[in-house]
Design a protein around this ligand. Structure first.
Ligand code: ATP
Length: 134
């Protein structure tokens, strides 16, 4: 069976790499897509969510924040602000980030700060959700 290579890149560099992906499920701004070898080339925007990576013998969830995916016939490139495999998520840190964002949301009046706090809350909630999927 033909497989895909997958690379996840963030501003800090490459954080995930494998050559044996049989199916990747991604959450794009237009809905969920599943990508296998031979998929039509495309580019899509990703939301805060997860990537589910299936390979022979297992699967893995990765929490991602906003970015893009580029799909080619045999290669998937995910370019996102942050990405953490479920088993590397620090749950205590995400709980703290969540409380901090909630307290900002309750106290901020400046709309740009409110938007920043909402995004921080989305990232924290996403990490907490994905940590449970492992
Ligand atoms: P925090 O306030 O805890 O830093 P944040 O949402 O502001 O949370 P980000 O700016 O999204 O953090 O990420 C900064 C870096 O820290 C990234 O490299 C990201 O992968 C990592 N990171 C953030 N939160 C966690 C977590 N709970 N577990 C593991 N890595 C994390």
């Amino acid at each position: 069976m033909n497989t895909l290579s997958l690379n996840i890149v963030t501003p800090n560099g490459s954080v995930y790499d494998r050559e044996d992906v049989t199916l990747a499920v991604l959450q794009t701004t237009a809905g969920e897509i599943g990508v296998m070898y031979g998929h039509i080339p495309t580019v899509a925007a990703l939301e805060i969510g997860y990537a589910k990576i299936n390979f022979d013998g297992g699967s893995e969830y990765i929490a991602v924040s906003e970015g893009f995916v580029e799909v080619r016939q045999d290669k998937l490139s995910i370019i996102v602000q942050t990405a953490e495999p479920a088993n590397e998520i620090d749950v205590a840190r995400a709980e703290l980030a969540k409380s901090r964002a909630e307290s900002h949301l309750n106290n901020e009046e400046d709309s740009s700060d409110i938007n920043r706090a909402k995004r921080a809350l989305d990232r924290a909630n996403n990490r907490l959700r994905v940590a449970q999927l492992q």
